[in-house]
Design a protein. Structure first.
Length: 296
């Protein structure tokens, strides 16, 4: 209800890793907080000053170069929160990527303390990409339905355990410099010429399987998705295709996914450059959210 939404004057913000930049229309009230990619002694705003394609093209030619990511700057956050206060907002719901990937949630909390006029609710989603973005979309939907920020945050907290990302990496060479996958034996996997299939859920990253080629990798991803949906109503799931690097690889995967499941993933959404730093430049996968009943 529009009246309730105006009454609460609550803003919704999402970190750029939620893959919303490319799908929100101009009239969307959801605001994006851009993380940053540091490369070649320069800092680039995630998804704003650099795209997944641009980052991946650069990374292919600079596998030995250092690259890192940083949260939204304290200056940008402070300016954003002060702007919201000036616009009459009293509260804000901020959804962030997992704290295992970024210090963004902590940074938002620290800056929010400097703006006591704005009550900031920080929701560390424990995920990233499409599932992370879904949190912000749900927050906006529930505000429009007249739910209070407190009710919405409770609902979003319950959503965390229902999110999964299943993805496969055709190569992990681009990750050696960042060390992101070192604890998973990434260098050994590459040495053997294997593809890694991984699952990220509730801040935890685990290896599902290793395969010898892309087709087997695609099937392993699909098998894991079907396993997570087994015995449940498929209509309760929101699925989104994701990829990093070559879009043609994703198209092949999406066609195979449709043939085996009857579910169309459409064109998919490239992960943000910040996420690509962590997962590499040759990957495809599926973001999954099992829907919850809306807060009463």
């Amino acid at each position: 209800m529009a009246g309730s939404y105006a009454l609460y004057r609550c803003a919704v913000l999402s970190t750029s890793s939620g893959s919303l930049s490319g799908i929100l229309d101009r009239d969307s009230p959801i605001q994006i907080l851009h993380l940053n990619v540091f490369m070649e002694q320069q800092e680039f705003a995630d998804g704003l000053e650099i795209s997944n394609e641009e980052y991946c093209n650069w990374r292919r030619e600079h596998l030995d170069s250092d690259v890192s990511t940083t949260p939204p700057s304290s200056e940008d956050l402070l300016r954003t929160f002060q702007y919201l206060v000036g616009q009459g907002y009293h509260e804000a719901i901020v959804t962030t990527l997992s704290h295992k990937l970024s210090d963004s949630a902590d940074m938002v909390r620290q800056v929010a303390e400097q703006v006591p006029q704005l009550k900031v609710h920080v929701v560390d989603t424990g995920t990233c990409c499409m599932p992370e973005g879904f949190f912000a979309l749900e927050a906006d939907r529930l505000l429009r339905e007249g739910k209070t920020p407190t009710e919405i945050v409770a609902y979003l907290e319950g959503l965390k355990e229902r999110c999964n990302i299943i993805f496969g990496l055709s190569t992990i060479k681009s990750l050696v410099g960042s060390g992101t996958m070192a604890r998973l034996g990434a260098s050994l996997c590459d040495w053997l010429g294997l593809r890694a299939v991984l699952r990220f859920s509730q801040d935890q990253l685990c290896r599902v399987e290793s395969t010898s080629d892309d087709e087997k990798m695609f099937d392993a991803i699909i098998d894991q998705v079907l396993k997570l949906m087994q015995g449940k109503n498929r209509e309760q799931f929101i699925l989104g295709g994701l990829y990093t690097g070559e879009r043609d690889r994703y198209r092949i995967f999406a066609e195979r996914f449709f043939k085996r499941t009857g579910i169309c993933l459409d064109d998919g959404v490239p992960v943000s450059p910040v996420v690509a730093v962590h997962v590499g430049i040759c990957g495809v996968g599926v973001g999954m959210v099992e829907k919850l009943e809306a807060a009463a």
